[in-house]
Every structure is written in C-alpha cells, then in structure tokens.
Write a protein that binds this ligand. Structure first.
Ligand SMILES: [Zn+2]
Length: 79
C-alpha cells in the first residue's frame, strides 16, 4: 500500500499538536506573563512535550489510517 495519498485541496487534515510547555519552578515572571497574555515565546532550548496530534478541523487523532482518509471538516460539537 502506498504511503502517500493525494487528496483534493480542502480534504486534507490540518494536524496540530496539543503540548505542555513548562513555565519553570518559581519563575513568576514567565508564569505571570503566560497567564495574563495567553502567550509564551519559546527560546531555542525550551523542550515541548506533545501530548496528542489531531486534526484542527475534524478533531480526528493522527494515525496512518486517519492520515489517508479525507478530512470531513466537521468540528466536534462541544454541547
Ligand atoms: Zn481533518
């Protein structure tokens, strides 16, 4: 089975990673800034732990099988 699948534009998944970024121990400036702004700029030594990779549009979890399937583009209903 070929590993590359060419799907029509708009039917491919947009993979994103849900990650944890350490704010350090006792580093109140970094933690305070991130809590206040919702943003944190990574330096080149920051290690990021990726918890999960999924499609931002249809929320399917990444796998070889889901990667080969077209994206439905349907957002998960939270309610
Ligand atoms: Zn998708």
């Amino acid at each position: 089975m070929p590993t590359t699948t060419h799907l029509p534009s708009g039917r491919t998944h947009h993979w994103v990673g849900a990650a944890i970024v350490s704010m350090g121990h006792g580093d109140t400036k970094r933690a305070e800034h991130a809590a206040r702004t919702g943003r944190h700029v990574l330096d080149d030594r920051t290690r990021v732990e990726v918890l999960e990779v999924y499609c931002a549009r249809c929320r399917v979890k990444y796998s070889r099988r889901s990667c080969a399937a077209p994206c439905t583009g349907v957002m998960a209903n939270a309610g």
